[in-house]
Write a protein that binds this ligand. Structure first.
Ligand SMILES: [Zn+2]
Ligand SMILES: [Zn+2]
Length: 434
């Protein structure tokens, strides 16, 4: 077996104090954190030459890292050896009598496969074997249309729009396409063996007078059951793509919500090591439409499963919530406009600068496949309101040449509407890839 030292894991009790040493005193660079939800741990990688250090922070009191720190205090936790073929490596060490903690490889951080060897077989050291994933360059195979998670920049007058990605999830195809028969939608959106269709999560940054983030994806609070149900794939997530855009959570001044469903507001909050929920963007004001806030808080709608109080209730407690009553300007060039339909107070974001227009349409038109007016998700609470709002919007978008930004299309971040003999089509727009 050829093995390379991949990283050294260090259990951390107080992340801020650890950063003060590794980042500030040693002057090392810290990569954006990665959540390994199954282990209830957040990993901060610190590149050091060919290898890395991995600072491990517990995200819940029952995390293995929290237990380790309670028992032995913070410090060296494990070493990780990188191998080409982890199944062969596990078979080899088992054949020599070593005791495994994981008898078969499982998912670890950064999309790798991992398996731990018991310290009793490794002379008191916890040894992790790791097979890294095939390199993700922002595009990966995933059905007929592929998946795109690349960060894309679209200049718009004095503003800059940056489409980010918080990964992918999947919803039932019937729920997504309503009264459209499956043979018609399946050509645009292939379903998996459970009839689920892959959707992306694409929050949008608007840089102008201030730095705004519109929606924030799923976030990392979902448990194993949730991730399984919705086929969640966040190996590349908002932390990675924000960093690629040259931003950190501290840079966001305003977080604007289209509505409060979990796939839009999940990333608004994070759980810290004591298990407490806090706003993810520490300096931001969170702007939410009052009617949506009230409906989400009451959860008296048909889609109660789509509202998760942990995503938004902590914002009010932290005093960072700003409720708006009506359509209007949130920052120069950025207006909210109620569409209704999907939820009573669902809003789209209309962006204008230098005579050009763009629109972040959220669940009014979740993917490019939903461009025809009548392709309305069964998930919408008031489909006829959706229809009216879509007609109004599409007519305007064709006339003005509006850049339509999709939040859930797995492959197309944005495009332009045009009518082709009465059929609405989308010409994909190509931003500058980072
Ligand atoms: Zn929604
Ligand atoms: Zn959605």
């Amino acid at each position: 077996m050829r093995a390379t030292l991949d990283h050294v894991g260090i259990a951390v009790k107080d992340l801020a104090a650890a950063l003060a040493f590794y980042r500030d005193a040693l002057g090392l660079e810290i990569e954006p954190p990665e959540e390994v939800a199954a282990q209830r741990v957040r990993a901060h990688f610190v590149p050091v030459g060919e290898s890395k250090l991995e600072l491990l922070e517990a995200t819940a009191p029952d995390s293995p890292i929290a237990k380790y720190v309670d028992k032995r205090g913070p410090g060296l936790h494990h070493i990780t050896l990188r191998v080409d073929d982890i199944a062969a490596a596990v078979a080899q060490v088992v054949s020599r009598g070593a005791r495994m903690i994981d008898h078969s490889p499982r998912a670890g951080a950064e999309g790798a496969l991992v398996a731990f060897i018991h310290p009793s077989s490794a002379h008191g050291v916890l040894v992790e074997l790791k097979q890294p994933p095939a390199r993700d360059r922002g595009s990966e195979p995933g059905g007929a249309r592929g998946r795109q998670s690349a960060v894309q920049r679209f200049p718009l007058g004095d503003l800059e729009l940056i489409s980010l990605c918080d990964g992918f999830f999947a919803l039932d195809g019937g729920a997504l396409f309503g009264t459209v028969p499956k043979p018609a939608w399946e050509r645009h959106a292939p379903a998996d063996d459970r009839n689920r269709v892959t959707l992306s999560l694409r929050p949008l940054v608007v840089r102008g007078a201030r730095t705004m983030l519109i929606d924030a994806g799923l976030g990392d609070k979902g448990d194993e059951q949730f991730r399984e149900r919705f086929a969640v794939d966040r190996r590349r997530n908002l932390d990675h793509t924000l960093a690629e855009a040259g931003l950190s959570p501290d840079d966001i001044d305003i977080v604007l919500a289209t509505h409060l469903h979990f796939d839009h507001a999940g990333g608004f909050t994070v759980r810290d090591s004591s298990g407490r929920l806090r706003p993810k963007f520490p300096r931001a004001q969170y702007v939410v439409r009052r009617g949506e806030w009230e409906d989400a808080s009451r959860r008296n709608e048909r889609m109660t499963w789509a509202y998760v109080a942990d995503d938004f209730a902590p914002l009010a407690e932290a005093g960072v919530l700003q409720l708006v009553d009506d359509d209007g300007t949130i920052m120069p060039g950025v207006k909210v406009r109620r569409t209704g339909g999907h939820t009573t107070h669902h809003q789209m974001i209309a962006i204008e600068s230098g005579g050009k227009s763009a629109a972040y349409v959220a669940d009014l038109i979740p993917t490019a496949a939903h461009a025809p007016d009548a392709w309305i998700p069964a998930l919408d609470s008031y489909p006829l309101d959706s229809l009216a709002a879509r007609k109004r919007f599409a007519a305007e978008a064709v006339e003005k040449g509006t850049l339509v930004i999709f939040e859930h299309d797995p492959a197309i971040a944005a495009g332009y509407f045009h009518d082709d003999n009465g059929t609405r089509r989308v010409a994909p727009a190509h931003g500058t890839n980072l």
